[in-house]
Each structure stands twice: as structure tokens, then as C-alpha cells.
Write a protein of this length. Structure first.
Lengths: 227, 593
């Protein structure tokens, strides 16, 4: 089954590059150059992923997100030259799933698209996630490092790792993580996250100051890097 | 002790009260039948006079002393109630009472000076006196004195003629009527004068023995004393009524002024100058508000006549001073104290409003700069993003690109690189213009050659229709700057001509100079906006991709003006925009040489 992507961007060269790359990876691609035709295209095509520029000629991209979130939960990846944290937070709060700033590497964007597609069409969940340095058994709630020893995690550490691992490759916003692990009353306690992520990195990462797996997306949230 | 104040009562109170006390002394002396010595009675009278003089207005000491003397002379010793002005005792009483009155007067003045020096309120006492004097105005006082001067002698003559048919009681009632008439016309002081004159006349002409100041009958003396007391009291009542009505009208003026102040605070006149104007309207004083700036006092606002020496300095706050020119009453002072507080508050509000406006302007400037930065960073990042997207696509190893895809990606990379290069060129040109770093190298230049170079550098320049005759004179210009200007104009024209009629580049002789026209047949620009399009950074934010940040036309005009030409926009006949560059021509003889 081929997945489909709607690209909403007013810059023709970017649209062409995205179309060529996505078609080469057997995605169905529809391109729209402004917000109104983009909303219409999403309604018509029911894509698996939407790639959205924020600076559109007819309306702001954040309004497009609001328009889409009124009726669909299709993953939205924002692709924008706006790099201020306020812009990122506004887009994520409006309901975007991920945020990539221009200029961007094509491989990085494709990885985000794949992660988004996985969420939109969930396959049978792999019970075990294996990386080069450790493996996570989601069913047995067990983390084993490659030398065979069990990594001991506190219940909170496990809860955070589990949320990130189940959303592997995708951005998990601070708010979402706090809500899933601590509950709705703790949505603004971002300092909790910094503490626990630092502990998890000490236990799992081969080089904690330069994490390979548990990545921080500044101003946005966290991502379990998993190709 | 700051609040200690010398007790001060007005003469209209002091005189009736003093006279009554003296009558009481007289009655007690008469009832004592000699048990109270003459000296004691005289001293008692002196005590009353001194005390009342000290407490009352200075001017009341004189009548008080006179009444005291009358009392002491008549009631100090038996026979009581007889007045013998020529007696030894009368002379002694005169000295005692005069001394008492003088002592009371001096004590009162000293007391007031010492208690009020700290308060800086000598003006208050002066103003009290002036209020007393002016409760009835001076003209009416003179009229009343004239009335007394006419009526009293006439009345004396008539009553003297009818002495046989009228007794002393009747005479006194007639004189009382005359004094009341004088009081109604002239107020307190003329009435006191009239009462004194009347009592002397009655004493001289109507009490036995006639034609002396001696009074043989105690009844007559009592009647005369009561007459004086009633006359004084009536005068006092008339005076107080007049004063009350004057106070009421003052209060009305004050209330009106305060209302105006309140209105100006609520309304548009909420500035120190506006408040001072309202104060001036109420009291006609010259007013100036000074503010301390470092060690100096700088005038903030002033109103009215400021010539002459200031009468008062009122400290409003540690940094504000109100200087008053002109004579100041107690009421003026109260109004000024309230008003100067308002002026200080108005000053603060005024400053706050100014600050708010300034921060609003700063905030607007900040929003402008933020939006501008967003526009420029968008325009720089977008071609950069296309280049990176293309290159990172080509470097992918999991796909093998077909020749068409590869060509398309490479074409986009090249196009985006050109766009980025043009934008960076314009940004640099703009900053050169804005920092004044453009130094044109002016020489004779062929427009034909420049046009060809400019068209070659613009994407889509090949579609432009060119009409540049070969025999045009050389122009005085910098070849490089003119080429950049024309290229920007052509680039702008092709952007709006997409899909429609091709733009044109036309050059012709125009008067003394030469005109180069770049003509498009696009949507055109409204006349009102034709100057605005030459302003740099027209587009803010990142929403419109088609126009760029709007540097091209600004750079074109900057360069044309740098080489001594002009660039104007006009409407193309049939729709669209025509940009006209006018340049000076190289004088023909130089070409010939």
C-alpha cells in the first residue's frame, strides 16, 4: 500500500525537490501553493502526512493547522524558515506533530515523514526495539544493554522511556510527555523532564553529553532517534 | 506648639462683648456700695479693656478704651452713675484706661507676630483686616459718615427745640434710629463713629446738667450706656451680615474655580498650564510654576502678569515651586494650595502620557524591525533551503536518480543560487547607499551597451523588447551603477509581465538629457502608491513570495540619483507601469574632441 503526502508550500523549487524525493520513495504526492488549495487538497486526498510551510501567500500556516485539526488527526510536519521558539511552540500548540526548519537536509525530512506515517498507519507494534547499545522489551518492561546486563530504571524513568520509544522517530512535545507520565496537572513542570532525561541518558547513552538516542529538540520536546 | 494660635476675634464681636463686660463691672460696683474701692473698679475696667484689646483687632482698642473710661469714671465711686469728666478721678481713669488699651493692643500684636511667624502667615492677619475693612466697600462707608454728619446735628437741633415735650428715653430712641440707619448704609465702623458722636451729643444737650459732659442722674447714664451697647450691637449684626454675604460669594467663586479645576483634570486641559489658567481666571494673580532641574529652577508654565517682585513662594513639592505675583488673600491661598497640587499631578500625568506615547512608538519600531527581519531572513533562507534540499537529495544513496530528476534538481539549485546572489547583491547595494559608500565614477557612457549588459544579467531579460537607437548621445554616468539600476527595473517589469505582454526598454532624447523607459503592461500601481514603491523593505513578514522584500526599486532609484539622474514612475498608456530614468547628456563638444 502506498502512502500519500500533501505538500503545501509556495516556493516552487522546494515543492519540486520534495515531489521528486517522495515519488522516488513511492509516496503519492499532491502539491498545493497556498493555504486554501492546501486545505482542499487534504480534504480530497486524505493523505497520510501533510508537509506545511507557515509563510503562505493567502493565510498563515498556523491557521491552516487549526483548519485541519478541526476534522482530521493526519500528522502535520511543519517545514518553515521561522526558527524562533515562539513560532515553533505556536505551531505545535495548534496541533502540528513535528517542526523542521529551513534549510533542511532531505534525509532528515524523509525520516520524519516515515515516522509520521508509522503513526498514521500503525503496524503491529514491535514488542522489542533494538539499538546498537541497548534493547527495549516493551512487553516485559525490560531494558537490556548489549553486553547482556539489565539496566535498572525507576518507574518514572521507564514511563518516560516507554512514551518516547512507542513514538520513536517522532517529536514528543514536553507537554505531551508531562501529561502522559505525570498527568494533566503537571503540563508546565518542564524542569522534571530535564532531570529525568539526564538520568536516562546516564543509564542508556554510551556518551551521555552527546546523546545518540534520547535527543532534545530545543523549545519543542524530545525525540527517540531510531532510523 | 506649631498649632498654638493667638486668639483673635473681630471688632464686631469684641466691642459688644467688651461693653457688656464693662456694664457688668459697673453694675457690680454700684451694688457694692463702696466695698469695692475706686481704684479696684478702675483696674477691673482696665483689665477688661486690656484683655479684649489683646484678643481683638487692634483698631477695637480705641472704642474699648473710651467705653472703659466712661464706665470707670461713672461707677468707680459714689455717687454711682454720675459722670463728672472734669474730676480728678476722671483724669486718673483716663490714664489707666489708655494704658490698659495700649498694653492690650501691643500684647495682641506681639502675640500674633510670635505665633504666626513660624507659619509664615502674617499675610493671613493682614488679609483679615482687609476683609474687615472691606466688608462694606469704602464708598458706602463715606456715604454713611456723610449721612451721620447731616442727620445727627439736625436731629439734635430738632430734639433740643422740642426738649419740653420729649424725655431722654424718646431722644435716645431717635438717635438709635439714626445710628441704625448709618449702620445699614456704612457698616460697622461708621456706625461706631455715629454712636460715639450721638452719645456725646446726648450727654451734652440732653442730660442734666445741660451743656456739660457731667451726668447727674444715674438713670440717664444707664440709658446712655445701654444706648451705646445697642448701637454697637446693631452695627455689629449689620456688619456680620454683610461679611457673611461676601464670604458666600467668595465661596461660590472658589467652588466654581475648583469645579473648573476638576473639569480640566477630567477633560483635555489636564496640563500644568491649563490648571494655572483656571487659577488665574479665579483670582487674576500672576502665577508661575517652577521645577527644580539640578540646582536650577526652570519655569514650567506661567500665566498672568509676572512683572515686579513676587509676593509669595509656595512649595508644591520638593521639586516644584509656585511663584505668585500680586496681593493674595486667605481664600486665594487656599485655592492656590489646592490648585498647585492639581498642577503637580497634571504634570506627572502629562509626563506619563508622553512616556506612554514614546514607548508606543518604540514598540511600533520594534515590531517593524522584527517583521523586516522576518522578511529578509525568509528571502535569504528560502533559496538556501531549495539549494540544500536539491543537493541533499542528489547525495541520497538509497535512490538512483533518473536523468530528468537530476536535471530538474540541478536547475532548481542553479536558479535558487542566482536568486540568493541577486538578493545578497541588492542588500549590499542598499547598505552601500544607506551608509553613503557609493562613489560613482562618472564618464561618457553609451546607453546601448549598458542596456545590453543589463538585459543579459536578468532572468527573462531575453523576452524584453528593446528600442534603443544607435545614434543617441553619450550620457554622463557610472556604467556599473546604471547597469544595476536598469537590471533591477527590468527584473521588476518581467515579474509583473509574466504570461502577458512583454515589457519594453526604450531610450530617447528628452530635452537637454536622455530618457530610458522600462515599460510593463502588468496591473500597474495606483498613483498614490507610486512614490512608496521606491521605499526599501516594502514587504514585511514571510507571506508573499512574489515580490521579494522590495529592495530592487529602492536600489535602482538610489543608484540613478547617485549618478545625477532621476527615476520616476508613471502609468503606461493602456495599463501597467512605466519607469523613466532621466540622465544628463555629455556635452557634444567633448564627444567631438
Amino acid at each position: 500500500m502506498t502512502s500519500s503526502v500533501v505538500v503545501i508550500d509556495d516556493e516552487p523549487a522546494i515543492c519540486r525537490a520534495l515531489r521528486i524525493n517522495l515519488v522516488a520513495r513511492e509516496f503519492g504526492v499532491v502539491v498545493a501553493h497556498d493555504g486554501a488549495s492546501g486545505l482542499a487538497a487534504v480534504a480530497r486526498e486524505r493523505p497520510d502526512v501533510v508537509i506545511l510551510d507557515l509563510g503562505l501567500p493567502d493565510m498563515d500556516g498556523v491557521d491552516v493547522i487549526h483548519g485541519l485539526r478541526g476534522w482530521t488527526s493526519t500528522p502535520i510536519i511543519v517545514l518553515s524558515a521561522r526558527e524562533q521558539e515562539a513560532a515553533k511552540v505556536a505551531a505545535l500548540d495548534a496541533g502540528a506533530d513535528d517542526y523542521v526548519t529551513k534549510p533542511f537536509g532531505m534525509d532528515e525530512l524523509l525520516a520524519r515523514v516515515r515516522a509520521a506515517v508509522r503513526r498514521s498507519a500503525p503496524a503491529a507494534d514491535e514488542p522489542t526495539i533494538t539499538t546498537a547499545d541497548f534493547s527495549i522489551d516493551l512487553a516485559a518492561r525490560l531494558v537490556t544493554s548489549t553486553d547482556g546486563t539489565t539496566v535498572r530504571l525507576t518507574p518514572t524513568e521507564w514511563a518516560i522511556l516507554e512514551v518516547l520509544a512507542r513514538n520513536r522517530g517522532r517529536l514528543v512535545t514536553q507537554r505531551q510527555l508531562l501529561q502522559d507520565v505525570w498527568g494533566p496537572a503537571y503540563e508546565s513542570e518542564t524542569n522534571y523532564l530535564r532531570v529525568y532525561l539526564a538520568q536516562l541518558r546516564r543509564k542508556l547513552e554510551p556518551d551521555p553529553p552527546r546523546p545518540r538516542y534520547l535527543l532534545t529538540e530545543p523549545g519543542m520536546g524530545y525525540r527517540f532517534a531510531y532510523a | 506648639m506649631n498649632d498654638a494660635r493667638w486668639p483673635t476675634v473681630g471688632a464686631p464681636f469684641a466691642l459688644p462683648v467688651g461693653s457688656t463686660l464693662l456694664l457688668v463691672v459697673a453694675a457690680v460696683a454700684a451694688q457694692s456700695h463702696g466695698r469695692l474701692s475706686a481704684l479696684a473698679v478702675t483696674l477691673l475696667c482696665g483689665l477688661v479693656v486690656a484683655g479684649m484689646s489683646a484678643m481683638s483687632d487692634p483698631i477695637a482698642a480705641l472704642p474699648l478704651g473710651a467705653i472703659g473710661w466712661l464706665t470707670a469714671t461713672s461707677f468707680a465711686q459714689s455717687p454711682y452713675g454720675e459722670l463728672h469728666p472734669g474730676s480728678h478721678h476722671a483724669a486718673l481713669a483716663a490714664v489707666t484706661l489708655a494704658t490698659s488699651a495700649a498694653a492690650g493692643l501691643v500684647a495682641g500684636l506681639l502675640g500674633r507676630m510670635t505665633t504666626s511667624a513660624r507659619r509664615g502667615a502674617t499675610l493671613i492677619n493682614m488679609s483679615r483686616l482687609s476683609v474687615l475693612a472691606s466688608a462694606v466697600d469704602r464708598r458706602r462707608q463715606l456715604w454713611a459718615l456723610a449721612l451721620g454728619a447731616v442727620v445727627l446735628p439736625s436731629l439734635t437741633a430738632i430734639l433740643a427745640a422740642a426738649r419740653d415735650s420729649l424725655n431722654l428715653g424718646d431722644d435716645l430712641l431717635f438717635f438709635l434710629l439714626a445710628v441704625v440707619a448709618v449702620a445699614i448704609v456704612g457698616g460697622f465702623w461708621p456706625a461706631i463713629v455715629a454712636a460715639t458722636a450721638a452719645s456725646l451729643l446726648v450727654n451734652w444737650y440732653f442730660t442734666e446738667p445741660f451743656h456739660t459732659f457731667t451726668i447727674a442722674q444715674p438713670d440717664n447714664l444707664l440709658a446712655l450706656l445701654l444706648f451705646v451697647l445697642v448701637a454697637i450691637t446693631v452695627s455689629s449684626v449689620v456688619h456680620l451680615a454683610a461679611r457673611r454675604s461676601q464670604q458666600a460669594s467668595r465661596s461660590r467663586v472658589e467652588a466654581e474655580a475648583l469645579l473648573q479645576l476638576a473639569r480640566s483634570v477630567l477633560g483635555e486641559d489636564d496640563t500644568p498650564a491649563g490648571i494655572l489658567r483656571h487659577l488665574h481666571d479665579a483670582n487674576r494673580l500672576g502665577l508661575q510654576l517652577l521645577e527644580r532641574v539640578g540646582q536650577e529652577w526652570a519655569p514650567l508654565a506661567s500665566v498672568g502678569d509676572l512683572t515686579g517682585v513676587p509676593t509669595t513662594h509656595m512649595s508644591v513639592r520638593s521639586d516644584l515651586l509656585l511663584v505668585v505675583h500680586g496681593s493674595l488673600t486667605r481664600h486665594d491661598r487656599q485655592l492656590l494650595e489646592a490648585g498647585s497640587g492639581q498642577a503637580a499631578a497634571a504634570l506627572d500625568r502629562d509626563r506619563l502620557r508622553t512616556q506612554a506615547a514614546q514607548s508606543e512608538a518604540l514598540a511600533a519600531g520594534n515590531r517593524m524591525r522584527t517583521a523586516l527581519l522576518a522578511a529578509v531572513s525568509h528571502d535569504l533562507r528560502t533559496p538556501l533551503a531549495s539549494i540544500k534540499a536539491g543537493i541533499s537529495s542528489l547525495r541520497q544513496t538509497d535512490v538512483s536518480w533518473g536523468p530528468d530528476d537530476e536535471a530538474e534538481l540541478l536547475e532548481d539549485i542553479e536558479e535558487s543560487t542566482d536568486r540568493l546572489g541577486a538578493l545578497i547583491g541588492n542588500l549590499l547595494d542598499m547598505s552601500r547607499l544607506q551608509t553613503g559608500a557609493v562613489q560613482p565614477f562618472v564618464q561618457g557612457t553609451s546607453v546601448e551597451e549598458i542596456a545590453a549588459l543589463a538585459l543579459r544579467s536578468v532572468p527573462g531579460g531575453s523576452s524584453v523588447l528593446v528600442d534603443v537607437p544607435e545614434d543617441l548621445p553619450l550620457v554622463q554616468t557610472d556604467a556599473g551603477l546604471l547597469e544595476r539600476a536598469i537590471a533591477n527595473l527590468v527584473s521588476n517589469a518581467t515579474r509583473y509581465a509574466a504570461g502577458g505582454q512583454s515589457p519594453e526598454l526604450v531610450a530617447h532624447v528628452d530635452g537637454d538629457g536622455l530618457a530610458i523607459e522600462v515599460v510593463d503592461h502588468g496591473p500597474g500601481v495606483a498613483p498614490a502608491d507610486r512614490d512608496r514603491i521606491f521605499e526599501p523593505f516594502q514587504r514585511l513578514g514571510d507571506h508573499d513570495m512574489t515580490t521579494g522584500v522590495g529592495l530592487g526599486l529602492a536600489v535602482a532609484r538610489g543608484f540613478v540619483e547617485a549618478v545625477g539622474g532621476t527615476l520616476t514612475a508613471s502609468e503606461t498608456p493602456g495599463g501597467g507601469l512605466t519607469m523613466t530614468v532621466r540622465l544628463p547628456v555629455l556635452p557634444r563638444q567633448v564627444v567631438d574632441a
